[in-house]
Write a protein that binds this ligand. Sequence first.
Ligand SMILES: [Zn+2]
Length: 297
Amino acid sequence: MGLGWGQTYDLLLKGGHVLDPANSIDGVLDVAVTGGKIARVAAGIDPVRAKKVIAAGGLYVTPGLIDLHAHVCGYGGAIFPDDTALVAGTTTVVDAGGAGWRSFEDCKARVIDTSQTRVLALLNIAGRGMIGSASEDDVAGMDPVKTAAKIKQYPDIIVGIKVAHFGLPGWEALRRAVEAGRLANVPAMVDDKIFTNSGRTSREKLLDVMRPGDLHTHMYNDRQVEIVSRFTGKVQPYALEARRRGVLFDLGHGAGSFLWPVATQAMRQGFVPDTISTDLHSSSVMMQQSDMPNCIS
Ligand SMILES: [Zn+2]
């Protein structure tokens, strides 16, 4: 930007621990801002050159956080993102399946196009989105071709597919989500239940149905995926194998999807998340306060 002597920065964040993976920065540095853009990142920037100085010692300074699993559309517990994301340092949220191919335009008009927070979306394989079992158990409403077509219509906004809360036996919802993902060349985020009466197992899901690059969210709850054996307390061999073949594991904290016993045992054995996300919705924000800084902590 080439500010000469005598010129000033609008803002100087002084002495924070800057974490910026995209630029391989991990250390105590100053960050100067001018005209709403980062002007300089360096050690020892003179505070007299800044109109406003914020002491950031003992704090982390990061680019805007990306929340990979949030609910800002469609779903009854969705929250308009500007109310909770920006104050927690989250500048991009990914709506996890609030809308399907039938309801996406409404989500776009009402939330994506109007929020200050950047909103991306995972399109629900259920055509009417996350409005309960009438939609999410309606296999006939899960159309991989129409889902893929909607994704291709908005490639800068729709970044993948979501399949969730499927309450019937078998794998049809997940299979259709994966098929839509194949057609549109995007990943699928999965949280399907593994209740014993569903005829589904975590092993089969992770190794036989999910593709490399697909994500399992709610990784530390044990209703939807059993990463840690309930009998031995050990990370399941098939979870390690799934990770080796490229299946990703997302935190998705939520209001009931983070169990300390599972998280503690998994992390002690080195099974950490690939991505950290909040599963932001009205209950998780009001009760668990699972914003991004809290989940990262
Ligand atoms: Zn969710």
